[in-house]
Write a protein that binds this ligand. Structure first.
Ligand SMILES: [Zn+2]
Length: 477
């Protein structure tokens, strides 16, 4: 072999070597890039999804963290036996059942939404190392919620044996203080009673009625109709007249108890919840604009919330809708469906001068020593209406308390605003669902609320006592 040939061979070997090296380098960079991307963007979603190997691998090395109320009350905790077997316990039992959720046959509520935070551990590294050497699990971080134990207990006591939903939030931050859904399940015994609870279709006990319960809005929808009317040039001073009923397309619609409200302005029509006035307003609206106003208020839309599981509300009136259906829809019947969570967001935005803050339940996570690991700050979600529009709706909602259907909420401690509603769910039944949506303020803080009591009497007063008790509690400290 001459020198030239030798050189050529060496040269080609070098090339092979370089190709291999660069291929490995490229592969390495790809993998590290993906790993960085995974850690930064994907791992949280990956661990949060209910069934996957990574989450179960983490739960094999980490004791699932606690879920706490804002005052430190333990809502969910895990105990470990000598074989490192974990048992999930819920010291407050059924009180927080839907909002805290369950951890069996999948997950729900905070057990689902906070899964990643609960399986993460920020224990001291030396201790983590020690535990790992001893084959023991490390303690996962705790999740501290915005929930107020006393307020939840008030809602629980007041709702008695009714199926109901109560949700209350701070409209200036979006922090949810109370989220109660009845009937309950007991998360401590859910495993043993799973078949019974799931099989009980009539009461759908696993459904969180605040976030998943879809109801006819009843007269609470007059808030939406009023806003659409104001946006189309209507005024609070416009006058209307009511003889107690009105016929549209051969169907007769009545005001409550057939009451003739006579001549009145928009304030009084709203305070007295006059169906004839609001039905007539609806029929005279530009229906495409009416549709747009409803969608501006997040009907037919995903909700900007921290929770992953909820139902979207629906509103289907447009230019093709028959006038009798428009009439009914405008005062709250028809096909419209809404969740209590969504109604609480609409009244929160009104209370907050048009700006909706993103509702949230998880305030922060912390390690075993109480050192904050991850914090969630109040976030502006969307401007639902102008400040002027919010002020006009505030005026209408104040009239409901000073001289309308919710005078029981007059108090020296706070100024209350709201709208009552009665939602028919079966025309043949005497009972109807009783709504209250609104808020109160004492000048330094505010609380927005939405309540529905199922199959109550038709006076729509069933939902008011719990609102009063919650306001009385919140504004007394
Ligand atoms: Zn009327």
């Amino acid at each position: 072999m001459n020198d030239k040939k030798k050189h050529k061979k060496r040269h080609s070997r070098n090339r092979e070597f370089l190709v291999v090296t660069y291929s490995f380098l490229a592969l390495f960079l790809c993998l590290s890039g993906y790993l960085c991307y995974f850690i930064a963007y994907q791992s949280s979603d990956f661990i949060t999804s209910s069934y996957n190997k990574r989450a179960s691998a983490l739960s094999a090395t980490t004791i699932r963290g606690d879920i706490l109320a804002a005052d430190g009350t333990v809502l969910a905790t895990s105990s470990v036996d000598e074989n490192e077997e974990e048992t999930r316990e819920y010291p407050t039992g059924e009180l927080f059942s839907h909002v805290v959720g369950y951890y069996y046959n999948g997950r729900s509520g905070l057990e689902k939404d906070a899964n990643y935070l609960l399986l993460d551990s920020h224990e001291d590294y030396l201790e983590q190392f020690q535990y790992t050497l001893q084959g023991k699990k490390v303690q996962g971080d705790s999740v501290v919620t915005t929930l107020d134990t006393n307020m939840q207990q008030i809602a629980y006591n007041d709702m008695g044996n009714y199926n109901a939903a109560v949700i209350a939030m701070d409209p200036e931050t979006g922090a949810i203080l109370c989220m109660l859904s009845k009937p309950f399940f007991d998360p401590n015994t859910l495993k043993d009673q799973w078949e019974d609870v799931v099989g009980d279709a009539s009461s759908s006990r696993l459904i969180n009625r605040c976030t998943q319960g879809l109801y006819a809005p009843g007269s609470t929808f007059k808030i939406v109709t009023a806003l659409a009317y104001l946006r189309q040039g209507g005024s609070l001073d416009d006058t209307f007249s009511c003889s107690g009923s009105k016929e549209v397309n051969g169907l007769t619609f009545h005001c409550y108890n057939g009451t003739a409200h006579g001549s009145m302005d928009l304030r009084k029509a709203f305070a007295k919840s006059c169906n004839v006035t609001f039905g007539t307003i609806g029929m005279n609206l530009d229906l495409d604009d009416y549709h747009k106003t409803a969608e501006d208020l997040l009907f037919n839309q995903d909700l900007p919330v921290q929770m992953n599981v909820y139902n979207t509300s629906s509103f289907d009136v447009d230019r093709n809708t028959a006038s009798d259906l428009v009439f009914q829809t405008a005062f709250g019947q028809g096909h419209t469906l809404v969740t209590p969570l969504h109604m609480s967001m609409i009244v929160s935005a009104i209370a907050n001068d048009g700006v909706l803050m993103r509702p949230y339940l998880i305030d922060h996570s912390q390690n075993m020593q109480g050192v904050v690991v991850k914090e969630f700050h109040p976030e502006k979600a969307k401007t639902l209406m102008t400040t002027e529009e919010a002020a006009q709706l505030q005026e209408l909602m104040r009239g409901v308390v000073t001289s309308g259907t919710a005078t029981a909420l007059n108090s020296d401690l706070y100024e209350a605003y709201g709208k009552t509603g009665t939602a028919e769910f079966n025309a043949d039944k005497e009972e109807a669902h009783s709504w209250y949506v609104g808020y109160a303020t004492n000048g330094s803080k505010k609380l927005a609320i939405a309540v529905i009591v199922e199959e109550a009497d038709r006076s729509s007063s069933m939902s008011i006592p719990v609102v009063k008790d919650i306001f009385d509690y919140y504004f007394s400290y």
